[in-house]
Design a protein around this ligand. Sequence first.
Ligand code: SF4
Length: 90
Amino acid sequence: MKRTDPPVAADRLDWHHDAACRGELAAAFYPPLRPESKSERVEREREAKSVCRSCPVRTECLDHAVRHDERYGIWGGLTDVERRHLPRSA
Ligand code: SF4
């Protein structure tokens, strides 16, 4: 996957086509390949989450990330750490 691609898994779904993170902004959704300071991470995540807030497919994105156990990046407006703390359905 190119680093500028939106966060998608191999099983592309229709909702992905309406993702607000398509294009250049998608780089904010994953950590850079170089070391990242805490302040850089906070700013990058803030930028990504601001895109998610207005995304028309936020619910579908988060649902996909949880169901497929996406471990990296920001999906549905949540970081990987935040997703791990979501309540799990039985
Ligand atoms: S909710 Fe965020 S990460 Fe998911 S598709 Fe929309 S902009 Fe991208």
